[in-house]
Design a protein. Sequence first.
Length: 365
Amino acid sequence: MNILLVDDEVLAIQYIAGLVDWQSNGYQICAIAHSVAEAKQALETMDINIVLFDVFMPEENGVSLSSFIAKYYPRVGMLALSSYDTYDYVREILKNGAHDYILKHRVTGDQLLACLKSMEANLIFTPSSSQPKPSIEASQQIEPQGRGESHQLALTLEQQKRILLAIEQRNLVSFTTALLDVYSLPAMQFTASRLMITKEILDFLAAFASKYSLSFQSEPELSQLIRLIEQGDGQLLVAGLSDRYRSLLEMLHQSSGSHNVQLAASYVEHFYYKNISLEKCAKSIGVNASYLSRIFHHEMEVTFSKYLSLTRIQMAKTKILQGCPLKQVASDCGFKNYNYFFKVFKDVEGITPLGYMEQELGKKN
């Protein structure tokens, strides 16, 4: 596979070139370009299979180069390298069909080689002896194939609603469960996907912090999570994000004096499967039931009974996905009978428990 390396910095080119034993792994750096103009010339005159390019270059940048390649050389693979976490550039470059986006000052030889092998498997490769250079007219009729289709650059509407609901309900369990589902998706194998999704979740936390005048900025927090993003361990990344949300909840508790509300929420999360009530909860934490009802509604923006139902339904959904029989789910989650479980589930989710189970199984199949 012939590789074109594009970077305006000589030291960066030397560093990338020295990371991998190219020839023994089936690759050859057949050309080096120090600008987008030089890269375009190399593409027009040489048989290039993969382009490794820097994002920031004088005059034209990596976004411009990726757009050019997508338009005129759709069968050429692209891997973006940068020293910066530039989210807008990441999004545009991946939309243009780049395989992934990695931070060049942190990348190792093994990581780079893994990206190249993954990209090679998705390329439509034609031997150089029979691969004609496309004219501009012909290339406009060639649709890029297999580009960026496995990335996820933003949360889906359903994922957003689920995460935001957990944040607003101050439900750490639901928040963590929602993140685990997101970071277990196949798209999270890509560094760029993990970077963009993590940035979006941190923005949600920043908005929550701003609403309650808490100290939290998404950019510095993201910088602290970069190493976890690069490692690709979804569970560690979820743990890091959950820790940050837990810290926000602790700050909120300290700033708003909502100790009793947090105790009540914790009581629900620990004993949702039992026959509990506002009165029992108030007695457990040593406050008046009317007082607890009032401050709970004020702090959580839902009534105690509604919060209990939402918690039970969230746990019920988890058990359904684990394959538990529906009647057992109802019993395990604190509902007095299946009919009541059916009614509450449909009221909350807008779908019956059986319908939800069939819907989720359909997604997996």
